[in-house]
Design a protein around this ligand. Structure first.
Ligand code: DC
Length: 454
C-alpha cells in the first residue's frame, strides 16, 4: 500500500481545492470520490431516472461503467467511455449525487474502485466516508469543516463567477439540505473518524489550510515535498463533445422580462445616440429570435452594449476571466449585461458549457474571437473557440464589424456597427468539431469580420 491520506468533510468545505494543492506539493495522486457519486447521478438522470427512485437507480447500475483516468495530472471521470468531468458539476447533479449516494448498492458499486486505486498509489482521497469506511487504515485522516454560512458564501461566489443566477439563500439552503442528507443516511454517513484530526477552515485562508494540512501529513508520514515530474505532454485530443446535443433553437424568453428589457434597451439606445454618432448597418442580418452567435472584432469595453442594442433578444458574452477580478461595481455591471468568464489560452470547458446553456436558454452569445481589444483597429487572427461552439451547437454565427472614428471612442464621434450575413456551420457542412473543419469555420468567420471593418 502506498501512503493513504483520507480527507473527509461536508460539501463546500474546500476539500477538492485543498486536496489538489496538497497532492501537487507532495507528489500524490488526488482522488475525488464525490465525482464518482456525481457520475452515477449523472448517468441515472441522463437515463430519465429520478434519483429518489432507488429501485430504478440500482437497476441502472448494471449499464453504468465508471472509471477514473488521469490526464496531465487531472482526474477525469469516464462513464461508459465518455468523459463526463465537465457535466457533473451542476447544482442539479450535486443534489442528485447526494441522493444516490445514500443508496447502499451505489456505495458498494463504487467501493472497489476506490480501494483499488488507494492500494496501488500514494493518494489523497476526499469524500465523506474515506476515513471511516473506505480507508480505515489510512496513515493520515483529516476532517475538514467550515460553518455552513462560510461554505455557502464561498460556493455562492464561485457560482456567481460562472454566471449562475442562484441567490445566497438558495445556495445556503442547498448546503444545509446536502449536509442533512449526508449525515442522516443509514449507510456510511458523513462523520469524523475517531482518529481523524479536525481542521476548521472557517476563518483560515486557502493557503493557511493547505500549509496546515500538508504539515500534518509530513509530520505523520515523514514524507517530504517532492518535485512533481511534469508528465510528457501527449497530444491532447480535441475536447470530447460526443454526448452534447446541438442547441434547440427558438426557445421563447419570459415575455414580462422581455417587455422590461425592451424598454431598457430603447432607453440606453437613446442615451448612446446622444453620446455618439451611432449607426447600425446590415440590421436585416440580425435574427429576430435568439440562440445566435455574434462574432465581433473588439475595440472597447462598450462593444457588447453596441451589439446588444441591435438585438431584440438579450445577449450574453464571454469575457476574459481577469475582468472578474476588477472593481466590484464594474463586475456587477458586466454581469448584468450577461458576461461570464472564460480562461483564455486553454479549452475552458466551463465557459464552453456555459455557452451551450445560454444558447439553449434562447439568449444570444457574443464572442470576441481575438480574445482582447485591438487598439489600432486592425483585426487579429482569432481563436478557434468560436468555431468550436458554433460547430457543436450548430448555431449560426453573425459576423460583426465595430468601427470607431479615430483610435478611441469619443463623445459625438462616429461609431458604425456592421452586421454581416449569418454563417451557418450546417451550410459549410461542418457537423463535427474536427480540427480541419474548425479552422475553415474560423477563417470564414474572421474573413467576414475583416470585410465589415473599414
Ligand atoms: O464532494 P462532492 O460535493 O462532489 O460529493 C457529491 C455527493 O456525493 C455529496 O452529496 C456526498 C456524496 N459523497 C459520498 O456520499 N461519499 C463520498 N465519499 C463522496 C461523496
Amino acid at each position: 500500500m502506498g501512503i493513504n491520506v483520507a480527507l473527509d468533510g461536508p460539501s463546500g468545505a474546500g476539500k477538492s481545492t485543498i486536496a489538489k494543492k496538497i497532492a501537487a506539493r507532495l507528489g500524490y495522486i488526488y482522488v475525488d470520490t464525490g465525482a464518482l457519486y456525481r457520475s452515477v447521478a449523472y448517468y441515472t438522470v441522463s437515463q430519465g431516472i429520478s434519483p429518489d427512485d432507488s429501485k430504478k437507480v440500482i437497476a441502472a447500475l448494471e449499464g453504468c461503467k465508471v472509471g477514473l483516468e488521469y490526464r496531465e495530472g487531472s482526474q477525469c471521470v469516464i462513464v461508459n467511455g465518455e468523459d463526463v468531468s465537465g457535466k457533473i458539476r451542476t447544482p442539479e447533479i450535486s443534489m442528485a449525487a447526494s441522493k444516490v449516494s445514500a443508496i447502499p448498492e451505489v456505495r458498494s458499486f463504487l467501493f472497489d474502485l476506490q480501494k483499488d486505486i488507494a492500494a496501488k498509489n500514494d493518494i489523497i482521497m476526499d469524500g465523506r466516508d474515506i476515513g471511516t469506511v473506505v480507508l480505515p487504515d489510512a496513515q493520515v485522516k483529516i476532517f475538514l469543516t467550515a460553518s455552513a454560512e462560510e461554505r455557502a458564501n464561498r460556493r455562492f461566489k464561485e457560482l456567481q463567477e460562472k454566471g449562475d443566477p442562484s441567490t445566497y439563500e438558495e445556495v445556503l439552503a442547498d448546503i444545509n439540505q446536502r449536509d442533512y442528507n449526508d449525515t442522516h443516511r443509514e449507510t456510511a454517513p458523513l462523520k469524523k473518524a475517531e482518529d481523524a484530526i479536525e481542521v476548521d477552515s472557517t476563518s483560515m485562508t486557502l493557503e493557511e489550510v493547505v500549509s496546515h494540512i500538508a504539515g500534518i501529513i509530513t509530520e505523520k508520514t515523514g514524507a517530504a515535498p517532492v518535485k512533481v515530474k511534469k508528465e510528457k505532454k501527449e497530444r491532447k485530443p480535441l475536447l470530447d463533445f460526443s454526448g452534447v446535443e446541438p442547441v434547440k433553437r427558438g426557445k421563447k424568453l419570459n415575455p414580462v422580462k422581455m417587455f422590461f428589457y425592451t424598454i431598457l434597451r430603447y432607453m440606453v439606445l437613446g442615451g448612446f445616440k446622444i453620446a455618439y454618432n451611432l449607426k447600425f448597418e446590415g440590421k436585416e442580418n440580425v435574427p429576430k429570435d435568439g440562440s445566435n452567435i455574434f462574432a465581433s472584432n473588439h475595440r472597447g469595453y462598450v462593444d457588447p452594449v453596441f451589439i446588444s442594442l441591435a438585438c431584440r433578444v438579450p445577449n450574453t458574452f464571454m469575457a476574459k476571466e481577469e475582468l472578474f477580478h476588477s472593481k466590484k461595481f464594474f463586475v456587477w455591471i458586466i454581469k448584468k449585461f450577461g458576461a461570464f468568464p472564460v480562461e483564455r489560452g486553454k479549452g475552458d470547458m466551463q465557459a464552453i458549457n456555459t455557452s451551450f446553456e445560454k444558447l439553449n436558454s434562447g439568449r444570444n452569445l457574443v464572442i470576441f474571437p481575438e480574445g482582447t481589444r485591438s487598439h489600432d483597429g486592425k483585426v487579429g487572427r482569432g481563436k478557434t473557440g468560436v468555431a468550436l461552439i458554433a460547430a457543436v451547437a450548430q448555431c449560426p454565427v453573425i459576423p460583426v464589424g465595430i468601427n470607431y472614428q479615430g483610435e478611441k471612442l469619443k463623445f459625438r464621434k462616429k461609431v458604425v456597427i456592421r452586421f454581416g450575413k449569418p454563417i451557418s456551420p450546417e451550410q459549410l457542412k461542418i457537423t463535427t468539431p474536427g480540427a480541419k473543419e474548425l479552422k475553415l469555420l474560423r477563417t470564414t468567420i474572421m474573413d467576414a469580420i475583416v470585410d465589415l471593418v473599414h
